[in-house]
Design a protein around this ligand. Structure first.
Ligand code: AP5
Ligand code: NA
Length: 345
């Protein structure tokens, strides 16, 4: 990092989740009717998963939660503490302590809302080979309320930020909070960034997603998420470039800042879609033996991107740093990193 950034320049809201990650056989997935690349919300029938992972599969506990992952990665690359502020809801328990410790040691300025009687959320990460299947039990994370953002200190943090990032995942929790942050960003003419997060968001939460879309300056997603959005919209195309063009053409409140879509596709090139152009950014393919797990790859991509974006770097640099960060965390368990960042602009 070259110059010093303003503290709290980047604000994010999301679900703080502790990942319970384990390598499991395929029949474990089948038992819970999950696919090898799923991301779902836990229903009653999934509740035994967490205990089973701990008791039978030497599960690892890792800090997770999509937005918190991205902000931790951004902090790691920036190397200057408290550039990013995070809001989300946890319980008052050991899992919350672990999340807080991991986030703070990454340099993140964490402002959790705490709900005493509800456990901190968890996410089962079921690893089969190079795939990962996610089952989130939001628990306390689902109890986030807008009044947390209205607390004077928190309100000041939101007002003073220059960049905002919220996941599509948070649409299942508290759309009014998202709309409030988005409206602040619009009023102050500051970029508001969002993520499609998972196919189920487009399938089941399209109404709140479309409500916020006019505020979204940059939308991130992977292939499956882009296809799910297109299908839910009834768009007659499976071409990712075409889907990207339609995403950026959706209604927008601030026409002075045309929407940008950034679509990742695993080891294939990242697509940067703007009104009149589609650009490709190559990914350095990792050998199979280098891959520990891809859990958090998309989140790390966003983290790397944000670390440069808040420094006012070009989209080209932001995307290359996104690919760098994703490549790094794939070589580590979950969304974790080792050593000092080695990104060269
Ligand atoms: P998860 O969905 O695993 O994270 P992700 O960051 O989206 O990782 P994916 O593996 O899905 O990557 P992607 O498909 O998005 O990106 P792509 O493959 O295109 O989620 C992880 C976290 O989500 C967990 O910590 C969990 O807590 C949280 N979570 C789950 N449910 C939640 C909920 N309801 N609310 C909140 N949080 C929730 O790749 C992206 C980039 O990676 C590429 O552009 C490239 O740079 C790189 N890359 C990918 N594959 C390769 C490869 N083979 N070689 C080299 N580079 C690669
Ligand atoms: Na993803």
């Amino acid at each position: 990092m070259t110059s010093t950034l303003q503290e709290g320049i980047l604000v994010g809201c999301g679900n703080p989740l502790l990942d319970i990650s384990a390598i499991v056989p395929m029949d474990f997935l089948q038992k819970y009717e999950m696919k090898e690349d799923d991301a779902i919300l836990a229903e009653e029938r999934h509740m035994p998963i967490y205990r089973e992972l701990v008791d039978g599969f030497q599960a690892e506990f890792l800090a997770g939660g999509s937005v918190q992952n991205s902000l931790r990665i951004a902090q790691w690359i920036l190397g200057q503490p408290k550039v990013a502020v995070f809001f989300g809801c946890v319980g008052e328990d050991e899992y919350a302590d672990i999340l807080m410790e991991k986030a703070r040691s990454a340099g993140l300025d964490v402002h959790y809302q705490i709900k005493k009687d509800v456990p901190t959320g968890t996410c089962a990460v079921l690893i089969t080979g190079t795939h990962r299947s996610l089952c989130a039990n939001l628990a306390a994370a689902n109890n986030f309320t807008i009044d947390h953002l209205d607390q004077p200190l928190n309100k000041a943090l939101v007002d003073n930020a220059l960049y905002y990032y919220i996941s599509g995942f948070f649409l299942t929790v508290n759309p009014p909070s998202i709309m409030q942050v988005a409206a602040t960003a619009l009023a102050k003419q500051r970029p508001f960034l969002m993520n499609l997060s998972a196919p189920f968001i487009s399938q089941f939460y399209m109404a709140p997603l479309l409500a916020v879309m006019p505020y979204v300056d940059i939308i991130f997603g992977n292939e499956a998420e882009a296809h799910a959005f297109a299908t839910a919209q009834g768009w007659p195309t499976e071409d990712l470039r075409e889907i990207g063009k339609r995403l950026v053409a959706l209604d927008k409140l601030n026409p002075a800042r045309p929407r940008i879509a950034i679509l990742t596709q695993g080891c294939d090139p990242v697509l940067l879609i703007q009104r009149d152009s589609v650009e490709e950014f190559p990914v350095t393919r990792l050998a199979v033996h280098e891959i520990v797990d891809t859990n958090g790859a998309g989140d790390a991509f966003v983290g790397g991107f944000l670390s440069q974006f808040v420094q006012g770097k070009s989209l080209d640099v932001c995307i290359r740093c996104g690919n760098y960060a994703a490549g790094h965390i794939i070589k580590n368990p979950g969304c974790t990193y080792t050593g000092e960042p080695q990104f060269v602009e």
